[in-house]
Design a protein around this ligand. Structure first.
Ligand code: FAD
Length: 467
């Protein structure tokens, strides 16, 4: 009997259900990872994410080799070609059991269904595990056994599940044999020449580096998380999202590490663990409502909104040239680093969908094409929240004023100055609204939209849906 562990969105050795189950069988274990450049491009994966995933797949291969588990890299243009490569590998290696952790995007689910059918026909046992969330996906339900569509009751139930079930992490499996030579994947030449260069790596490679970053945050900054998490100029959040989005860390590991420190009752840590609950909430939404990964709104009635043609305004938003400093600084942070602070994701997403009235799907794709932590469930959840088309969404009449948000969350303009050197010399008041009095320096644009009038117009368009 030979077991094959198929690594996908779970690029870690510790706390990995599929790997643990395969190793517990006390039979030979092998591993594989399928590089699918065409599919990733179709899903708008950013160069930053591609690099992070490939670096971590290579790191996993190195650690598996120490455990005596050889990793094979397969390359296929897309998921369907990947299925063929996988079935060929299983046949060539006489694999008896395939193990993988579930993913919940619609294309991933269809792929896994086809893999199961093809391999079972070949006589391979296919074992799937629900490992992406703290409580297994689908297990947090209302008393009527319905999925939650509002976060607060979901999170109450989620915390109850944790107290009742006391989840634990799976340790790193014991060596399955003598160390083997590690295979590594060289990405050169798999993408077309015009594939953009990734920005400098946002995080260090490897599970150890991920844990060190988590520990540093929990030891030094988590206590102030509640007070500081909304201020983009400050290092107030963990910045572990690139690891979580690609499975280098698990939500369980984060939750348990935080609970160990807090006894579960310290304010900053409790607020922070709610963010892990948000992640699980959106993964559950993706699982229960597959339409949201098919470009559909969670609230069907909002499908009939008529969005503005994207045109020049969309280009200005993407390039950080809208004339609204907090929006532009945020977009430049995204373009230059592959990450954006959560408060700014909300501000820029609301500005695109409510002030420019441009379809949230275009913003969702653009974020995905730049983020190192691009993650379908959270990105779609965040965009639909901002556009008031989603679950638990911001009510359509509550539209952030980006200039007011800027004064509140970047009061001294430190964040704006970091990304907009052309207006860095403006005083702390004008930096939020350079158009209000005097000449705008450095060729910085005037606002491309009137904030008050566009807000009114957006509310009217949502109100019209009701009539
Ligand atoms: P922390 O504040 O330290 O939180 C810890 C972890 O909790 C995060 O790493 C993340 O995994 C999770 N988390 C935090 N906030 C949220 C949230 N609102 N929803 C879901 N999970 C959350 N997050 C992504 O991981 N990938 C995305 O593609 C993504 N796109 C977003 C798009 C929009 C429009 C919005 C409003 C939010 C989006 N988020 C996304 C959620 C959030 O902005 C990021 O998770 C967070 O900024 C990551 O920084 P951090 O690791 O320092 O977070």
């Amino acid at each position: 009997m030979t077991n094959l562990v198929w690594f996908r969105n779970d690029l870690r050795i510790a706390d990995n259900a599929a790997l643990t189950a395969a190793c517990r069988r006390q039979e030979p274990v092998q591993a594989c990872f399928i590089v699918t450049p065409g599919q990733w491009q179709q899903h708008h994966w950013s160069p930053a994410r591609v690099r992070l995933v490939l670096d971590h797949a290579n790191a996993v291969s190195g650690r598996l080799a120490e455990l005596g588990i050889p990793m094979t890299f397969l390359t296929a243009p897309d998921f369907s070609a990947g299925i063929r490569k996988l079935t060929e590998l299983c046949e060539a290696r006489s694999i008896s059991h395939l193990h993988f952790n579930e993913e919940y995007g619609i294309n991933e689910r269809r792929r896994d269904k086809s893999v199961k059918a093809a391999l079972e026909e070949q006589g391979v046992m296919v074992n799937k595990y629900r490992d992406q969330t703290v409580a297994p996906v689908g297990s947090i339900l209302t008393q009527q056994d319905e999925p939650y569509s509002v976060f607060t009751p979901f999170s109450r139930s989620w915390r109850r599940w944790i107290d009742d079930n006391q989840p634990a992490v799976f340790p790193v499996p014991e060596a399955a044999g003598e160390p083997v030579r590690a295979e590594s994947f060289n990405p050169s030449g798999i993408f077309p020449d015009e594939f953009p260069e990734p920005p400098p790596a946002l995080v260090k490679t490897g599970e150890d580096a991920a844990h060190a970053q988590l520990e540093r945050f929990l030891d030094n900054r988590a206590g102030n998380y509640k007070a500081l998490r909304d201020f983009p100029a400050v290092d107030g959040t963990s910045m572990i999202s690139p690891y979580l989005a690609n499975g280098v860390l698990s939500g369980r590991q984060c939750l348990l590490a935080a609970r160990e420190r807090a006894g579960g009752d310290q304010e900053g840590l409790t607020t922070w663990t709610s963010e892990i609950a948000w992640r699980d909430f959106y993964i559950n939404i993706l699982y229960h409502y597959p339409r949201i990964s098919m470009r559909r709104a969670f609230k069907p009635e909002t499908e009939s909104l008529t969005w503005n043609p994207p045109g020049d305004n969309f280009e200005a938003w993407k390039n950080g040239r809208t004339g609204i400093p907090i929006v532009d600084a945020a977009m430049r942070q995204l373009n230059q680093t592959g990450w954006m602070h959560n408060r700014l994701r909300m501000i820029t997403a609301m500005f695109l969908t409510k002030n420019l009235f441009i379809d949230w799907r275009l913003g969702e794709d653009y974020f995905m094409s730049k983020l190192a932590d691009g993650f379908l469930a959270s990105n779609n959840g965040g965009w639909q929240w901002s556009a008031s088309t989603g679950t638990d969404a911001a009510p359509y009449f509550r539209v952030f004023n980006p200039a007011t948000q800027s004064e509140r969350f970047d009061p001294d303009g430190d964040f704006i100055r970091r990304y907009l050197p052309e207006i860095a010399k403006l005083d702390n008041k004008r930096i939020h609204q350079p158009w209000a009095g005097g000449v705008i320096p450095g060729g910085y644009p005037r606002p491309i939209v009137d904030l008050k009038a566009s807000r009114k117009e957006a509310i009217a368009r949502f109100q019209a849906l009701k009539n």
